[in-house]
Write a protein that binds this ligand. Structure first.
Ligand SMILES: Nc1ncnc2c1ncn2[C@@H]1O[C@H](COP(=O)(O)OP(=O)(O)O)[C@@H](O)[C@H]1O
Ligand SMILES: Nc1ccn([C@@H]2O[C@H](COP(=O)(O)OP(=O)(O)O)[C@@H](O)[C@H]2O)c(=O)n1
Length: 282
């Protein structure tokens, strides 16, 4: 098993921090930082985390796509929205959830979000591990929720990976790992989404929305604003993600129009999925 700090090369480090199959080890370390106790089994002693990590521990030896998949694949699906800050992810996620009578989840999941400010101030590798661990906890929440209704998600692994890649590299998009590099591949041990939507707006509109939103900026949001090369690296990393790819959505039009486009994409995706399922069952 890979361990914290075991990466030998820069590329190894990138792979390590973006894939992170070592979630249990990291949860324990993160638990220590957040001042949370450990159980005798070595899991962090917090109800939701303990439950989720136990589920994950049980399922990690099998394929996560089999273990964590919702029951009724005919109609149910999980769809994360990703993109730069203030592109409209939260707005679209909420509206799509309402339109589909679905369940809204977000990364990092609610049960660990109270430690976010603590980890945002930690060195980058620790901060990344927090978000990566959050994705694995979220996976088990998605698996449960997707037996009940469509699940719409505000950020997931693609976000963690895109920010990690952009932080661990410097310079222009040409300096990113090449398009086919495995850092852009979905981690094998994490529940896959059905459809990932990448919301994009031009930089000026994004700044307008950021100002309009008026929330206090995180360090990373400030970096995003100040450093256009960093912004380009994040967005390009999203575009290079594969298996599943991010389906790009122009989020510049009105909220109503963007939501309509997203719903059409979901409908198209579901029709395709049903067709495939029908084909494979005949
Ligand atoms: N399509 C849109 N047109 C105009 N303003 C928008 C649109 N979508 C979102 N906004 C506004 O932009 C700001 C950022 O949106 P938000 O959903 O919080 O973005 P994110 O979750 O991506 O950070 C909010 O003030 C929101 O009302
Ligand atoms: N799955 C996730 C979710 C968030 N993040 C981090 O969290 C930051 C943005 O989170 P946020 O939810 O406050 O952003 P908005 O979508 O509200 O703009 C990003 O800059 C990432 O550093 C992550 O790395 N992985």
């Amino acid at each position: 098993m890979a361990r914290l700090g075991s990466a030998r090369t820069h590329r190894d480090a990138l792979r390590f921090w973006t894939r992170l199959g070592t979630v249990r080890l990291d949860l324990i370390r993160l638990g220590r930082i957040a001042g949370i106790g450990e159980t005798p089994q070595g899991f962090v002693e917090v109800d939701c985390i303990t439950e989720s990590t136990r589920d994950l521990a049980n399922s990690m030896s099998k394929s996560p796509q089999q273990v964590l998949k919702g029951k009724d694949e005919d109609v149910l699906f999980n769809i994360p929205n990703v993109g730069l800050d203030a592109t409209g992810k939260t707005t679209v996620t909420q509206a799509v959830k309402d339109a589909l009578n679905g369940i809204l989840l977000r990364s990092p999941p609610a049960c660990i979000s109270q430690w976010r400010t603590v980890f945002d101030d930690e060195p980058t590798p620790i901060k990344r591990a927090f978000y990566a661990a959050g994705n694995y906890i979220l996976a088990s929440e998605i698996a449960k929720a997707s037996t009940q209704a469509p699940v719409i998600i505000d950020r997931y692994w693609h976000s963690t990976a895109a920010y990690a890649i952009a932080t661990e590299t410097s310079g222009k998009v040409q300096d990113l790992p090449p398009a086919q590099d495995e850092v852009y591949q979905w981690p094998e041990d994490l529940l896959k989404p059905d459809l990932v939507l990448l919301l994009t707006v031009d930089p000026e509109e994004r700044v307008r929305r950021l100002q309009h939103r008026g929330l206090e900026k995180t360090k990373e949001e400030a970096e995003l604003e100040a450093n256009s090369l960093f912004r380009q690296r994040v967005e390009e990393s999203y575009k290079r993600m594969v298996n599943p790819v991010c389906q790009e959505v122009d989020a510049s039009p009105s909220k109503e129009e963007v939501v309509k486009t997203v719903l059409q994409l979901i409908e198209k995706h579901c029709a395709l999925k049903k067709q495939l399922l029908n084909c494979s069952s005949t």
